[in-house]
Ligand binder design. Structure first.
Ligand code: PEP
Length: 257
């Protein structure tokens, strides 16, 4: 079996300004360095607001901190008359490795469709950014269609025209579990993650499917992270609320299996 490096991603959402981000990242790096757990090979990434990225880039580069970072969204367009949008080219120029695409809050509040998500995934790849593609069902979807149908359909559209060689990360985030304190069970997460890996295999081939990290997101905490990471198809977590608590996030990143 392919070994996939666990990926622990902190989505700050609209929290922490550029000055706060510097103090936060510095303290997070200290906390990660101090963590004594025996499982320490996860890749850890933070996703600050756009306005923090230059500060975060400078700090991480200056101190060689073992942290990756990326943005929470990008434009589907590369440049031009799109007031308020941010190009993937600008994110690449700030050395972002990743970009979150299709988070449920973007889908809900900014009406991002599966087609828009797909266009943004292609934009990310054009600029050498690895997309973290978010999919997940609402409580109503879950009741009507079961857990896998909606995320599977969302991913299928998101992957149209994607170059598997350029890499991607998929985050399964049941909407009902985000910020609710009510995480999915590890078995639920595994079932959908396995279905998503099958979609990747169908569209991009088995090698890409085996190499792609599939994250679970939705009320992940230090207390439940290990139960998700024990599942064979869950390769990490996208963490919202708990990513703003340095000790909690650092414990998540240094989870013991
Ligand atoms: C998220 O918004 O991606 C998320 C998983 O949030 P939370 O961890 O707060 O549920």
């Amino acid at each position: 079996a392919v070994k996939r490096t666990p990926f622990i991603a902190g989505n700050w959402k609209m929290n922490l300004d550029h000055l706060q981000s510097i103090a936060f990242v510095q303290k997070l790096a200290w906390s990660l360095a101090d963590a004594k757990h025996d499982y320490a090979d996860a890749e850890v990434a933070v996703f600050p607001p756009f306005t923090d990225l230059r500060s975060v880039q400078t700090l991480i580069a200056a101190d060689s901190l073992p942290l990756a970072y990326g943005a929470q969204d990008l434009s589907a367009h590369d440049s031009g008359a799109y007031t308020g949008e941010v190009s993937g080219a600008f994110l690449a120029a700030l050395d972002c490795a990743y970009v979150i695409i299709g988070h449920s809050e973007r889908r809900t509040y900014h009406h991002e469709t599966d087609a828009i998500v797909n266009a943004k995934v292609l934009a990310a790849q054009r600029h050498g950014l690895v997309p973290v593609v978010c999919v997940g069902e609402t409580a109503e979807d879950l009741e009507r269609f079961g857990a896998s149908a909606v995320p599977v359909a969302q991913l299928r559209t998101a992957l149209e025209g994607v170059d598997g060689a350029k890499g991607l990360v998929v985050a399964y985030e049941p909407v009902w579990a985000i910020g609710s304190g009510q995480a999915a069970t590890p078995e639920q997460a595994e079932k959908v993650a396995a279905a998503l890996r099958e979609v990747i295999a169908e569209v991009l081939g088995d090698d890409v499917a085996q190499a792609t990290r599939i994250l679970y997101g939705g009320s992940v905490k230090a207390a439940n992270i290990a139960s998700f990471l024990r599942e064979p198809n869950v390769d990490g977590a996208l963490v919202g609320g708990a990513s703003l608590d340095i000790d909690e996030f650092s414990s998540i990143a240094r989870f013991k299996k």
